[in-house]
Design a protein around this ligand. Structure first.
Ligand code: ADP
Ligand code: MN
Ligand code: MN
Ligand code: MN
Length: 357
């Protein structure tokens, strides 16, 4: 193994200008991540100056017809925490050879919303809390849980420490550092209410970059769990019964919400969200009805509600925001498996662009 490790830690820049770029894209399910690597003659800082590339869409469930070729457009560059040095991760979106966004390319529509002058002027910030569950390989049962059985009930696990309370901390920590290295605005991590479940937060990040960063953070987590031989799950309710589900709370503010008097803008935005509740829920992640039961710190999926400091509401305004009269709100409805391109752009569209008649 030591020779392999020596080779893995080779510094390419000691001997060549070449860099390795790992091109990442979202696969046919709209949730799976795919990637492949290529050599570039030198490091280019602008993603749009990187070469486009292609892949075989018939192998990812993304081929529309006879011709399975799909084109990858580089959109955002991160440092590669696995290959290190000058090597990079490249988040891409996908198009047909004639230049049309393919159906799973949700980024394309999101950029239309985020490049609208009214949205740009409001500098929308997002902080996304990504919850996830780590499963034992082969049996797909949470790590730290006895095989064929259950751990003691919830209570000691949230932000817990100790061998009977925190399972998978090294994975969460390795991911945290790798994200900081990559250039992702990861703001923190914590152990969750359900044992074997963790959370990381990305944000605040402006506009389309929030979703780019969240997708790459998910990619890095898939790679780390791959190395560790455990299974990453974004199922919104991995275990039925008295166990918390996994969400992706989306914290949001605009310039006018962050400015004096912002609380009124926040209340107005919440009012608008209430009128689009059904439409948002239908895009906020698959199987979310198993999670949004009205129990376990969730609101019922069919009922829109909001409140200050209320973790059982669809939307929560923090006490700090109420006190300051400005700040942000938290949309607690998105499931852990949501597409952040869809969720972030919908929130901007409804609260900034949509005008009630
Ligand atoms: P919770 O109390 O719900 O667990 P977290 O601390 O996990 O909240 O996550 C809050 C997220 O909101 C963080 O990613 C943080 O960076 C982000 N955030 C903070 N201020 C703002 C803001 N003004 N607009 C949008 N997001 C914000
Ligand atoms: Mn949190
Ligand atoms: Mn949480
Ligand atoms: Mn939260």
């Amino acid at each position: 193994m030591s020779l392999i490790n020596d080779l893995l830690s080779l510094h390419l820049s000691d001997s060549t200008e070449n860099v390795i770029a790992e091109y990442i894209w979202i696969g046919g399910s709209g949730k799976d991540l795919r990637s492949k690597a290529r050599t570039l003659p030198e490091l280019v800082p602008d993603p749009h100056a990187l070469p486009k590339w292609n892949f075989d869409g018939s192998s990812t469930g993304q081929a529309p017809g006879e011709d399975g070729e799909i084109i990858l457009y580089p959109q955002a560059i991160f440092r590669d925490p696995f290959r290190r040095g000058k090597n990079i991760l490249v988040m891409c979106d996908a198009y047909t050879p004639s230049g049309e966004a393919i159906p799973t390319n949700k980024r394309f529509n999101a950029t239309k919303i985020f490049s609208h002058p009214d949205v740009v002027a409001e500098e929308p910030w997002y902080g996304i809390e990504q919850e996830y569950t780590i499963l034992q390989k082969d049996i797909r049962w949470p790590i730290g849980w006895p095989v064929g059985g259950f751990p003691p009930p919830q209570g000691p696990y949230y932000c817990g420490v100790g061998a009977e309370k925190a399972f998978g901390r090294d994975i969460a920590n390795a991911h945290y550092k790798a994200c900081v290295y990559a250039g992702i605005n990861i703001s923190g991590i914590n152990g969750e209410v359900m044992p074997g479940q963790w959370e990381f937060q990305v944000g605040p990040v402006v506009g389309i970059s929030a979703a780019d960063e969240l997708w790459v953070a998910r990619y890095i987590l898939e790679r780390i769990t791959e190395i560790a031989g455990v299974v990453l799950s974004f199922d919104p309710k991995p275990i039925e019964g008295d166990w918390n589900g996994a969400g992706a709370h989306t914290n949001f503010s605009t310039k006018s919400m962050r400015y004096d008097g912002g609380i009124d803008v926040i209340k107005n935005a919440i009012k608008k969200l209430s009128l689009w509740h059904k439409e948002h829920i239908s895009e906020y992640g698959e199987d979310n009805e198993r999670r949004l039961t009205g129990r376990h710190e969730t609101a019922d999926i069919n009922t829109f509600s909001w409140g200050v400091g209320n973790r059982g509401a669809s939307i929560r305004v923090s006490r700090d925001t109420e006190k300051a009269g400005k700040g942000y709100f938290e949309d607690r409805r998105p499931a852990s498996n949501m597409d952040p391109y869809v969720v972030t752009s919908m929130i901007a569209e409804t609260t900034i662009l949509w005008k009630p008649t």
